[in-house]
Design a protein around this ligand. Structure first.
Ligand SMILES: [Zn+2]
Length: 128
């Protein structure tokens, strides 16, 4: 049997990135008691990026992570019933105003940022 040819091989950097993201999710869920931070549901938990995942620098930041159930996460993503504001308030309360503003500044600045092996290894140690 021939192997399927279409599947793209993931680069080693991408693989390490996936490991780091998995750890980031596990750490967030553990910190949040494996419950949705808004409604306390324990079903279908996901981890939300308070400041969008498009910001690479905050992508693996544990302070930027919030455990949400799929339902609350969808509402947050589409700004239904002010759920995005609720998540922001929750994060600000959890990390403190200074840290929240620090993250907001990083997000707004949106400086070029690339994950390298060195940066990822450090981050993985921090998350492990
Ligand atoms: Zn929920």
């Amino acid at each position: 049997m021939k192997k399927p040819k279409k599947r793209k091989k993931s680069s080693p950097l991408k693989k390490l990135m996936n490991i780091a993201e998995t750890l980031w999710k596990l750490k967030a869920k553990h910190r949040d008691g494996n419950r949705c931070s808004l409604c306390e549901s324990t079903k279908i938990l996901q981890v939300d990026h308070c400041f969008s995942r498009t910001c690479k620098e905050l992508f693996l930041e544990i302070d930027n992570a919030t455990t949400l159930c799929a339902s609350c996460h969808t509402k947050k993503s589409f700004s239904v019933h002010g759920f995005d504001e609720l998540v922001r308030e929750h994060v600000e309360k959890r990390v403190g105003k200074d840290r929240f503003e620090e993250m907001r500044a990083i997000y707004k600045k949106n400086a070029p940022f690339d994950w390298t092996f060195d940066k990822l290894e450090k981050k993985i140690q921090e998350l492990a």
